[in-house]
Design a protein around this ligand. Structure first.
Ligand SMILES: NC(=O)c1ccc[n+]([C@@H]2O[C@H](COP(=O)([O-])OP(=O)(O)OC[C@H]3O[C@@H](n4cnc5c(N)ncnc54)[C@H](O)[C@@H]3O)[C@@H](O)[C@H]2O)c1
Length: 344
């Protein structure tokens, strides 16, 4: 039996990590949960089948010596907890984003490699069947040369009213580092992480600081110090362009958009649900179509991590890819803050 611990007893820890680990109790022993909020940690342990709770990660590692660890804290604490877990010899599943800075993500990558341990990130959209099908279509040449990609993670009125998602010091930013990062990873994964040449971005903070309620709950506009929306152009060395749009709150018609479109010289594709289309002899043609997007992405992401940690050769969102994504996030913020392009 391998021993499992979770650090950060919040909503993603419960709905995703603990929920999955509870399905694997034949080969996993759920030993401990860590949260500085003692009651929250204790209640979480009782309600989710974990044996004990701690308020301090160092004490937990020294006492329990877990083999697998999930890091589900606010972003600010990912780095320290991942490094501590690796130091104690544990395989790590860290929630997205990997860290607050590219340098942290690089140090995490290098330390995991030095220790020979699995470090995976929960970029769960990668694990949808839709993603597998579009990635295969791209790899098989069905789309031809993809020269433009558009990734969107947009909410019309979705400032999170829980957690610390409007607090820059704890999260590192707003929609870009929280939801835009998912579609950025999805796009980069399908495209096989092409080399980036230049990043140009603009961000806005127009609504979150003056309103206090939306469809995702209420917040304090006086404490809202993250961006509302980011628009970025990422130019690749191969000549391709990736356009990323992300927002917590943007006066658009749709309630939410979470998708990636690929435009190739042979065909185009969308991810959720997967569809590939073109035109032939003057007719519009559908080459591949799923009716409903796969919603088992989170379970499959957790399953891949556990299986990889147990020795299977399966795909995870790995430490190198996490670093590449964090580098792009940093470059986008840097470009938006400086008002000029950033060359990588
Ligand atoms: N993959 C996804 O789709 C997804 C979805 C939601 C959240 N997340 C990520 O998961 C993380 C947590 O988000 P959440 O929504 O569960 O937040 P949350 O606020 O519900 O939970 C965070 C928990 O961490 C605890 N905590 C704070 N500091 C800590 C520390 N130093 N050590 C241990 N615990 C600490 C808090 O007390 C709280 O219980 C964030 O990084 C977020 O980006 C990912």
């Amino acid at each position: 039996m391998k021993k499992v611990a979770i650090i950060g007893a919040g909503q993603v820890a419960e709905k995703v990590h603990a929920a999955y680990y509870l399905t694997r109790t034949a080969d996993l022993e759920l030993v401990a949960v860590v949260d500085p909020d003692e009651k929250r940690g204790a209640d979480f342990a009782t309600q989710n089948g974990f044996a004990r709770s701690y308020v301090d990660a160092g004490t937990m590692f020294a006492t329990e010596k877990p083999d697998l660890v999930s890091i589900c804290t606010p972003n600010r604490f990912h780095f320290d907890n991942v490094m501590m877990a690796l130091r104690h010899g544990a395989a790590v599943m860290c929630e997205k984003p990997p860290a607050m800075t590219a340098n942290e993500a690089k140090m995490m990558r290098d330390f995991a490699a030095e220790k020979g341990l699995t470090l995976a990130y929960d970029f769960h959209h990668r694990f949808a069947t839709d993603m597998t099908e579009v990635k295969r279509a791209y790899a098989d040449g069905m789309l031809g040369e993809v020269y433009v990609t558009k990734a969107k993670a947009l909410r019309r009125s979705g400032v999170p009213g829980w957690g610390s998602f409007t607090n820059k010091a704890l999260q590192g930013g707003g929609p870009l580092i929280d939801i835009g990062i998912h579609m950025l990873d999805a796009a980069m994964y399908v495209l096989d992480f092409p080399k980036v040449k230049k990043v140009t971005a603009k961000m806005f903070q127009k609504i979150g600081t003056k309103k206090s309620e939306g469809t995702f709950g209420t917040w304090d506009p006086a404490k809202y110090d993250v961006e509302d929306a980011v628009f970025a152009f990422i130019e690749f060395e191969n000549g391709g362009l990736l356009e990323l749009e992300t927002s917590f709150v943007l006066q658009m018609k749709d309630k939410a958009v979470l998708n990636v479109e690929f435009f190739g010289d042979e065909a185009g594709a969308t991810l959720f649900p997967a569809e590939v289309y073109t035109d032939r002899a003057g007719e519009l043609v559908t080459l591949l179509k799923r009716d409903v997007a796969d919603e088992e992405r989170h379970v499959k992401s957790m399953e891949a991590f556990v299986n990889r940690a147990l020795g299977a050769d399966v795909m995870v969102a790995d430490a190198e890819q996490g670093y590449q994504i964090q580098r792009l996030i940093e470059a986008i913020y840097e470009s938006a803050e400086k008002g000029e392009s950033v060359y990588l």
